[in-house]
Design a binder for this molecule. Structure first.
Ligand code: NAD
Length: 462
């Protein structure tokens, strides 16, 4: 039996970041992980492998669509799917081994196996019971199921199976026009599949600023994705060589069927707490199945904490990481804190979509007086040179004080551009502060400055 200050259950971005920071702050720390490799869903079957496939398929798209125009002649590359899978697996291995190295460097013990919590202050892994002053649940999430949809991870897959398909599908049906469905749908569309996305609601990507969502939908359509909204999926079954998906259109209750080589179920994720023994411990769970915590990540059981996808809030790796760091600081006697008002969200399609703070719809609902500064990438020289002029930057600022309340970007490098605005928001900046900051020319970030200028005296390049 080993004794620790902190045992963390789960080594995803929430768990491993928390473990490293706890150790750095002088706490004796262990992290329990049952997978063969560290890093959780994000590094093994989520963010990292999907970005490898998005990158590779985007390169192909560029070669097919823009090379000739730039004077780069020759045959377009063809897809060697097994090699693309090896590249993806190598990227995963580099990242997961990196966490193993960081654990050793920071003296975090990796307890291999699946944890249960037999009683407060104890973590059992296999036959061994370990004790800890603080136990942190960072066990993440798993794909939510949908009645009538039978997942076999070969023909009817979740994001996990979709990252390792045996061969490239000719026809892919995606259930759910959320982040996963559109990112992976884009990958396979670029690799030559005919992609149909079935979405229950009337809009794609619920929660996104509606103007951005509309523009996003139009751009995806231009890329060849068929998106059917208002479609309630009734079921999906794998047949011998194909799969069949049935859905009802909500507007007229008409019933439809569509065949596919592969069906991707992407209708959300739910907290993963199987086998931890939370019921027996009496841990309070919310109506949405999340572990209830207070502002300092304490659960209803003394000495037991939870962070990341198992608690409320957006299921995002970086939100979990920030909670992990904040909790480590709290346990070390410092004032850990997460600013939930400034958590960016990114969809890694092309163009990318990035967002922070409030949407126009949220501001309207709150009755807040605001102004909008918008700038299209059509007015950005760098974007035009790079065939990346689709999209815009939209900044929402308080009408009276000019303080930035939110920003929504669809366009090139949106995932990087958004952070300038995050930093500005952390400092309580006004749009004018961004507008008066010199931005290098020619860069995409000039579009952010122009949107900030549009909140005041107006843009220069539009
Ligand atoms: P999501 O919540 O983003 O989208 C699910 C979509 O499915 C919604 O549009 C919903 O309306 C739709 N839907 C639900 N039931 C349906 C039905 N019966 N028929 C048709 N459509 C239906 O969920 P996701 O894309 O599965 O992602 C899961 C989680 O993982 C999210 O919290 C997401 O933020 C996170 N994630 C984030 C990233 C990123 O940050 N880039 C990438 C992948 C996943």
């Amino acid at each position: 039996m080993a004794s620790y200050d902190v045992i963390i259950i789960g080594s995803g971005p929430g768990g491993y970041v928390c473990a490293i920071r706890c150790a750095q702050l002088g706490l004796k720390t262990a992290c329990v992980e049952g997978r063969e490799t560290l890093g959780g869903t994000c590094l093994n079957v989520g963010c990292i492998p999907s970005k490898a496939l998005l990158h590779a398929s985007h390169q192909l798209h560029e070669a097919e669509h823009h090379f000739a125009q730039m004077g780069l002649k020759g045959k377009s590359p063809s897809v060697d799917w097994p090699q693309m899978q090896s590249y993806k697996d190598e990227v995963i291995a580099q990242n997961t081994k990196g966490i193993e190295f960081l654990f050793k460097k920071n003296k975090v013990d990796w307890i291999k196996g699946w944890a249960t919590i037999p009683e407060a202050g104890q973590v059992k892994v296999g036959d061994e019971t370990h004790v800890a002053k603080h136990i942190i649940i960072a066990s993440g999430s798993e794909p939510a199921s949908l009645p009538g949809v039978e997942v076999d991870e070969k023909t009817v897959v979740t994001s996990t199976g979709a990252l390792s398909l045996a061969k490239l599908p000719k026809k892919l049906v995606v259930i759910g026009a959320g982040v996963i469905g559109l990112e992976l749908g884009s990958v396979y569309a670029r690799l030559g599949a005919e992609v149909t996305v079935l979405e229950y609601l009337d809009q794609i990507t619920p929660g996104l600023d509606a103007e951005v969502a509309r523009s996003f939908r139009a751009l995806l359509k231009k890329q060849g994705l068929e998106i059917i909204t208002g479609a309630a999926v009734q079921g999906a079954q794998a047949l011998k060589t194909k799969a069949k998906v049935s859905y009802k259109l909500r507007k007229d209750d008409s019933e439809h069927q569509v065949d596919a080589d592969v069906v991707l179920l992407a209708t959300g994720r739910k907290p993963f707490t199987d086998g931890l023994g939370l019921d027996a411990l009496g841990v309070k769970i919310t109506e949405r199945g999340q572990i209830a915590t207070d502002a300092q990540y304490k659960t209803s059981v003394a000495g037991l904490y939870a962070i990341g996808d198992v608690i409320e809030g957006p299921m995002l790796a970086h939100k979990a990481e920030d909670e992990g760091m904040a909790l480590a600081e709290i346990l070390a006697g410092q004032a850990g804190h997460v600013n939930y008002g400034v958590i960016p969200g990114v969809i890694y399609t092309h163009p990318e979509v990035a967002t922070v703070g409030q949407t126009e719809e949220q501001l309207k609902e709150a009755g807040r007086a605001y102004k909008v500064g918008k700038f299209s990438f059509m007015g950005n020289g760098r974007a035009k040179a790079n065939f990346a002029a689709d999209g815009f930057v939209k900044i929402l600022a308080d009408k009276e004080t000019d303080r930035i309340l939110g920003a929504h970007i669809i366009g090139p490098a949106a995932d990087e551009l958004i952070h300038e605005i995050c930093v500005a928001m952390e400092f309580g900046a006004a749009a004018e502060d961004l507008a008066r900051t010199c931005h290098a020319h020619p860069t995409y970030s000039e579009a952010v400055r122009e949107a900030a200028l549009a909140c005041g005296d107006g843009t220069i390049h539009a």
